[in-house]
Design a protein around this ligand. Structure first.
Ligand code: ATP
Ligand code: MG
Length: 787
């Protein structure tokens, strides 16, 4: 079907139309939040297909999440019909996987090549591999933490610097050690036929750099490249775009060889991924990089009320060196912003919950219209507690990641081995899981054989009978394992459905029966999670869709991705914000959404609660003494405020418990930046101080019982909470940990033990949770498990 041109341009203002119909020179659309950038990009794709008769296969559109990609594709399909299915609408990572699966075998990587069935390592796999690397290099794990080394490497990769470049730049012995770890890490990745996330981009750039023919193929193919959220691209992604659009210096513009048309849309004020190497300069310098570029500015916001916009503008204007934008809305002033200061985080959550009830009771708001935002994943917990108590259905986007749970990782590791036996990290993970008598000593013997005869760990396992010093019993056990894997591999070779293979893995490996036999309640949860994973695989098999790296020609031919490799790829590419699939409309109407500010990017909700507005929470502690980081936090605040369409709530807590010790955080500076007259404070700090000093009361149990009305109130509330907490948390067994161990925390996700102190009930572990920082946790209470 085709839409009439008027239909494609309907509901767009003049500037938006200009962007949709623009042809030729690179186009930059810069505009504030909610001004229709994503809408314009989507319509432009439809316009290209319908009006300019561009073949959908020659369009590449890049979005920030897989979810955004799916939505965009759906929109375009609504406009131009099924033809749109063969377009590439994907994240940078998915697009690169597609390209690499096809082309990587041609790329020389240190005198060997990757195979096209390479594994994709996520952060946790990379950390495991890095631990091995650090051991190889005999680097002190206390001084050289895998997370820190990986972060350093990631920065280099985002800047397209290989180990050699990194070594050249190393300016002290510390960095020299890091650089040698980088070299070795890349080597081990290559031996495992695995790429980490940053490699996906870097290798594709390298592919295009070293193989001009391949690059030319893709250039000829993608005549149109469109990028949403351009402000969050890092240097490597930027280089990739340049490669694809033929705007590098080597290339002359000979006839028939014109550069592809490029459109990028973004908002420098919403750049919130500097910690992943995002470079705000990419957008600021666009006109310098593309001297013939056309810029279009969008100034009308269609999302929010004027009150919300004014609030957003008055916060962001405190950042230095930005282009002043005049964003306006004709939606009217709307409701005033509502502010609330809670006694503590529980009181704050209670307020949010009650307020949602009231809104829903009016009949004008559905629970699904409401989003609650916070700065760090850990903050979701209190909201969850309150929502469970009040019976308010909710979903947490992000948070404890399903795919990071130990049992889920174990199951996926089995599947990965079936597809790629060179994947040593996965292989070692499952080799003795469940226990099958293949201990460290046996593994060391196999390892020695692998090194001696220069083969992969798997090949050495297959020939374990030749391993010097291997005990007969271990040899038998290894043979059993090899037989198991080979048997399962025959299912893969026979194109068995992924869910069926997964079930066989869980049964034949003995993994499931071991869990089922256990009387640890955690193991029961594990069984449930595995059932969920099987359900995910079943859904994947039942609803065949083009895989993330399926070839468009295959898609056109109706060939769908249903193999085990496709399933693993789908799982590997699931980004944070894609954790929880949306239920179909209607089913979801009663569910409130909880998410971090980072995941909220690009989304909109009629009602938004922006919580935890305290200096030290948001802006984050780390940023307080650091101007660039503080400005990034402010952009995050701008993103948060501008998600709201009709109503915005802001809240903070006087006292927030942080790892057993309550802390009294001052109001966020972002609150002070809001115009006073826009906020209707329902309850203020002044109101609270009349009741005594909640900060002292909460931090000292002795004072909580002080015989004032307020004191008693606080005390009983605290006691009730302690009661709830005690019921919710049965006495835990204290996990025995040592530095370097990987753990999973219910709220913070994966972490690495950095240090331990105290003993027995008093054991305290310092655990590095990556972007959430290092936390000191009392192990008796902390919901951590050793991985
Ligand atoms: P962000 O910066 O948050 O990503 P954006 O600039 O991408 O925002 P969109 O999400 O495309 O903005 O649009 C914001 C809202 O305004 C959407 O609900 C969209 O449908 C609506 N919208 C955009 N342009 C118009 C228009 N011309 N008329 C009516 N509604 C519009
Ligand atoms: Mg957008």
């Amino acid at each position: 079907r085709r839409s009439a041109p008027e239909e494609l341009l309907a509901g767009l203002n003049d500037s938006q139309r200009a962007a949709v119909v623009h042809a030729g020179a690179p186009l930059l659309v810069v505009a504030g939040a909610g001004s229709g950038k994503t809408r314009v990009l989507t319509r432009r794709i439809a316009w290209l297909i319908d009006e300019r008769r561009v073949h959908p296969g020659s369009i590449l559109a890049i979005t920030f999440t897989n979810k955004a990609a799916a939505e965009m594709k759906e929109r375009v399909e609504d406009l131009v019909g099924r033809r749109a299915r063969i377009m590439w609408v994907s994240t940078f990572h998915s697009a690169c996987v597609r390209i690499l699966r096809k082309e990587i075998t041609a790329l020389d990587v240190d005198e060997t090549t990757y195979k096209s069935n390479f594994s994709i390592y996520d952060a946790a796999d990379s950390k495991r591999l890095m631990s091995l690397v650090l051991k190889d290099l005999e680097l002190d794990p206390k001084r050289y933490q895998p997370g820190a080394v990986l972060h350093w490497i990631s920065n280099h990769k985002n800047e397209l610097r290989d180990p050699e470049d990194a070594a050249k730049e190393a300016s002290n012995s510390f960095e020299e050690a890091y650089a040698s770890a980088y070299t070795r890490y890349q080597r081990r990745l290559r031996e495992a036929n695995a790429l980490d996330f940053d490699d996906l981009i870097m290798m594709t750039v390298r592919l295009f750099q070293t193989l001009p023919d391949v690059r030319e193929n893709y250039r000829r193919r993608f005549r149109h490249v469109l990028v949403d959220e351009y402000q969050d691209t890092n240097h490597a992604q930027y280089a990739l775009i340049h490669q694809l659009c033929g705007h590098d210096l080597e290339r002359g513009d000979t006839p028939g060889n014109e550069p592809s048309e490029l459109m990028v849309v973004g908002d420098a004020d919403q750049s919130i991924y500097a910690f992943r190497g995002a470079n705000i300069r990419n957008i600021l310098d666009f006109e310098k990089d593309f001297p013939d570029a056309t810029s279009i500015l969008l100034e009308q916001n269609y999302r929010s009320t004027q009150t919300i916009l004014t609030a957003a503008n008055s916060v962001i204007k405190n950042n230095a060196g930005r282009l002043e934008k005049r964003l306006w809305s004709d939606a009217g002033d709307g409701e005033r912003i509502v502010g609330y200061v809670g006694d503590d985080e529980h009181d704050e959550a209670r307020f949010v919950s009650e307020e949602i009830d009231k809104l829903v009771d009016t009949g004008r708001v559905k629970a699904a219209d409401v989003a609650v935002f916070y700065r760090t994943n850990a903050q979701s917990r209190v909201f969850e507690e309150v929502f469970i108590r009040t019976g308010q259905p909710y979903k947490v986007v992000g948070g404890v990641r399903f795919y990071e749970r130990r049992e889920v990782r174990d199951a996926l590791a089995y599947l990965r081995v079936l597809v790629n036996t060179a994947d040593e990290i996965s292989l070692r993970r499952v080799l003795n899981t469940p226990k099958r008598g293949i201990g460290d000593r046996a593994q060391a013997c196999v390892q020695a054989l692998a090194e001696r005869d220069r083969m992969t760990f798997w090949e050495a396992l297959v020939r374990a009978d030749e391993a010097p010093g291997l005990a007969t019993r271990s040899g038998k056990n290894i043979a059993g394992f090899v037989a198991l894997i080979q048997e399962l591999q025959s299912m893969v070779a026979a194109d068995e459905r992924p869910d069926v293979i997964l079930e066989s893995v869980l049964e034949r490996s003995g993994y499931l029966s071991e869990l089922e036999a256990s009387d640890d309640p955690q193991d029961a949860t594990r069984v449930e999670n595995l059932a969920e994973l099987v359900a995910v695989a079943r859904e994947f098999s039942d609803d065949p869709q083009p895989g993330p790296s399926a070839d468009p020609a295959d898609v056109e031919a109706g060939i769908v991705a249903v193999g085990l490799g496709d399933f693993l790829e789908r799982v590997a590419l699931v980004a944070d914000s894609d954790q929880i699939p949306d239920a179909p409309d209607g089913e979801d109407a009663g569910v409130v959404t909880l998410m971090t500010l980072h995941t909220a990017k690009g989304l909109e909700f009629p009602v938004v609660f922006l919580t935890g507005l305290e200096d030290g929470v948001f802006p984050h502690q780390r940023s307080l003494g650091d101007q660039p980081e503080l400005e990034e936090e402010r952009r995050l605040a701008y993103v948060g405020v501008t998600r709201a369409r009709e109503r915005l709530y802001i809240s903070r807590a006087m006292v927030r418990s942080a790892w057993g010790a309550p802390s009294h955080n001052p109001a966020s500076r972002f609150i002070d930046e809001l115009p006073v007259d826009l906020v209707d404070w329902r309850r203020t700090a002044q109101a609270q101080t009349r009741w005594g000093r909640p900060d002292l009361a909460a931090s000292s149990p002795a004072r909580m019982g002080a015989p004032t009305a307020a004191g008693r109130r606080n005390f009983s509330a605290a006691a009730a909470r302690a009661d709830v907490a005690a019921k919710a948390k049965p006495a835990r067994q204290i996990p025995s940990l040592s530095p370097g161990d990987r753990v999973l925390h219910d709220s913070f996700g994966m972490g690495t033990v950095v240090a331990l102190e105290g003993a027995g009930d008093k054991s305290v572990a310092s655990i590095d949770f990556g972007s959430d920082g290092v936390k000191r946790l009392l192990l008796r209470y902390a919901p951590v498990e050793k991985l």
